[in-house]
Design a binder for this molecule. Structure first.
Ligand code: SF4
Length: 395
């Protein structure tokens, strides 16, 4: 698969570059009350361990704003403050965090936005303009009747143009909705008219299963178009799952290569080993592995030997044992009861070897990144060209 990524401007959220050919960044959002420093810090550490590269925290009360310095001090990944309604909280957050997200639909009068811009400028941090289908400006709802993709795109473009008019360009944009068609069309419309980096997400996507499917389709459709510089999978689940699903989307599209990629057969009447348990346990216990490794778990030798050879390491079931493969070569037979621990230990060893080799190459153990290519579906254009928004499809 070859995806030509849309060329966007680059901004930085703390140490993490976004857009302009940088790797697509996986974000998540914390769930404890932000005023609870201990719980928030603990969750940010869990998110980071799972691969999360930027954490967003809600700043909805003065107590939450007050907690930010302590949270920043105890964490290493960049923090984005999520602000709705009260621009004064954005002003306090801007003194501490690495990026401030505001929603133009609910922040209020323009002078309030200007104050926030002044605050982020002073620290040279970016803004995220986060438009949401559920909180569009009244005028746009009156104009379009209900939240359409055109209304979302117009809201975002209006905010971008207004910020450009006061000389501010250090921003990224999101146009989220819970309806996948609506969200996809809104991002496409915006991308046709602006080259600011885009943060993708299907908002309020649902539970672990339904939310992952919706997000994989919505975010995946856009990524396949080359649109998107950072993503968040919104789930009614542990946010660690959001990070895992985010990376799986990027890995499936071959946009990022990180950690263990498990190939497991669906099993059938021929199965000789507990494929389901093995595959789940590998994913669960090896989430800390950063270097890309393909691991195959196949129930029998019918396809197992051939397919197992394609993986970096793998196991194929036999009668009372499993056959261990490494880099296409049969290594040894392992008793069924020792399969799990043997495979996990072998993967850890291989991961360490690859990490060491990667560090030797100057990659510091980081996963490989595909090159950014020229725009495909949405050529970069100056947003100063305030054209009418073209309609792709009415939702
Ligand atoms: S690998 Fe073997 S057990 Fe797994 S689905 Fe194929 S035939 Fe069935």
């Amino acid at each position: 698969m070859f995806i030509k990524r849309r060329k966007t401007r680059q901004i930085r959220v703390g140490s993490v570059p976004i857009g302009g050919g940088a790797p697509i960044v996986v974000q998540s959002m914390t769930t404890p009350d932000t005023a609870d420093v201990k719980a928030t810090v603990e969750q940010i550490h869990q998110l980071e361990h799972a691969g999360c590269e930027i954490a967003r925290v809600t700043v909805n009360t003065p107590e939450a704003a007050k907690a930010l310095p302590a949270i920043k001090k105890q964490t290493t990944i960049p923090i984005i403050a999520d602000i709705h309604f009260d621009h004064r909280l954005a002003l306090r957050a801007a003194e501490v965090v690495d990026c401030v997200r505001i929603n133009p639909g609910n922040i209020g009068a323009w002078w309030k936005v200007e104050e926030v811009v002044k605050a982020v400028r002073e620290r040279n941090i970016p803004l995220r303009i986060g438009v949401n289908g559920g909180s569009l400006e009244r005028e746009l709802l009156a104009k379009y009747g209900y939240p359409t993709s055109e209304a979302l795109a117009e809201s975002a473009l209006n905010a971008v143009h207004a910020l450009e008019d006061i000389g501010f360009t250090n921003m990224k944009v999101s146009l989220k909705a819970s309806d996948v068609h609506l969200m996809v069309d809104a991002y496409r419309l915006f991308a046709l008219q602006s080259d600011y980096p885009l943060h993708l997400g299907v908002t309020e996507a649902g539970t672990l299963l339904t939310g992952s499917v919706k997000s994989a389709i919505g975010i995946g459709m856009l990524l396949a178009d080359g649109i998107g510089d950072t993503i968040r999978v919104s789930l009614a689940a542990d946010p660690v799952e959001e990070v895992k699903v985010g990376f799986e989307i990027l890995k499936t599209l071959e946009l990022r290569h990180r950690g263990v990629n498990v190939i497991a057969c669906p099993t059938c009447g021929r199965v000789e080993i507990d494929v389901v348990k093995l595959a789940n346990e590998i994913e669960k216990r090896l989430g800390h592995v950063r270097v890309p490794l393909t691991v195959s778990v196949l129930g029998c030798v019918v396809n197992g030997i051939g397919e197992g050879k394609e993986a970096d390491i793998g196991i194929a079931g036999g009668e009372g044992h499993g056959i261990l493969f490494k880099e296409g070569k049969l290594v040894r037979k392992v008793k069924s009861e020792e399969l799990m621990e043997t495979l996990l230990a072998e993967i850890e060893i291989m991961a360490k070897e690859r990490e060491a080799a990667s560090s030797g190459n100057g990659n510091n153990g980081r996963e490989g990144q595909p090159e950014t290519t020229s725009p495909k579906t949405a050529p970069a254009q100056s947003t100063s060209a305030k054209k009418d928004i073209p309609i792709i499809r009415k939702v």
